[in-house]
Design a protein around this ligand. Structure first.
Ligand SMILES: CC(C)(COP(=O)(O)OP(=O)(O)OC[C@H]1O[C@@H](n2cnc3c(N)ncnc32)[C@H](O)[C@@H]1OP(=O)(O)O)[C@@H](O)C(=O)NCCC(=O)NCCS
Length: 205
């Protein structure tokens, strides 16, 4: 397997497969200009890194992590065990992703976003971190707590906290914090029920 490594300090675990055309240990722009060797990437055991994935130096992936094609993971981002990072998903710098979390195709995770354990994020959901749309440079990523499910094509506004076990319906625009165990959907997303009841109904179908 061919891969391009910028850093000599990458640590790659046992049975991890890195496909062709991956870049592992890409420097941030400062280090790229200075042409220095960087800290490298730590990747755990039994990972599958699919072709086109770019992982920046200073990020860490746990065990059993799979990336789709062309995933991008920026510096300072920490991904737990058993995670899926879908094709064309972009995770910017300084994010945390907990164990067992699955980001499907084309998800966008901006700088300073915290995502808990066993979270599911549907395709093409976009999280945002800049309340002033580039006018004032202060970034506040959203917080997504454990066991949250977010449908396809949602937009999550900056600073929003989606609490434990909540469900966000497809196509929602989440403008405010979401209570734990609740179901919300719509634009703007409004409370529509309890997630435990919804899951019970789905299991009985
Ligand atoms: C939110 C959701 C979980 C609700 O499921 P549900 O309770 O079974 O919803 P129902 O199908 O019974 O719909 C109830 C009502 O809400 C509306 N509704 C359901 N989901 C909606 C959504 N995401 N946005 C706007 N309205 C929605 C329905 O049109 C229906 O309206 P009506 O009473 O006027 O006919 C589900 O609709 C959803 O969005 N699932 C996400 C699917 C997804 O994105 N998966 C990702 C992986 S592909």
């Amino acid at each position: 397997m061919k891969q391009k490594e910028f850093s000599s300090y990458n640590k790659i675990g046992k049975n991890t497969v890195i496909s062709e055309s991956c870049i592992i240990g890409h420097p941030n722009s400062k280090d790229l200009v200075a042409k220095v060797k960087t800290a490298g990437v730590i990747i755990g055991d039994n990972c599958v890194i699919r072709s086109g994935t770019v992982i920046y130096s200073g990020s860490k992936l746990g065990n059993n992590v799979t990336t789709g094609h062309n995933a991008l993971i920026r510096e300072g981002t920490n991904i737990g065990d058993d995670c899926l990072i879908g094709t064309n998903t972009v995770i910017e710098n300084n994010c945390t992703i907990g164990n067992g979390t699955r980001l499907q195709t084309g998800v966008y995770v901006p700088t300073n976003t915290q995502i808990g354990k066993n979270v599911f994020i549907g395709p093409h959901t976009v999280m945002t971190n800049d309340p002033t749309l580039g006018r004032v440079r202060k970034l506040y990523g959203p917080t997504i707590e454990d066991n949250v499910s977010i449908g396809a094509n949602c937009t999550i506004l900056p600073k929003v906290k989606i609490c434990e076990n909540a469900i966000v319906g497809a196509g929602s625009v989440v403008t405010k914090d979401v209570e734990k165990n609740s179901v919300v959907f719509g634009n703007p997303a409004r409370p529509r029920g309890k997630s435990d009841e919804k899951i019970k109904k789905w299991l009985a179908q």
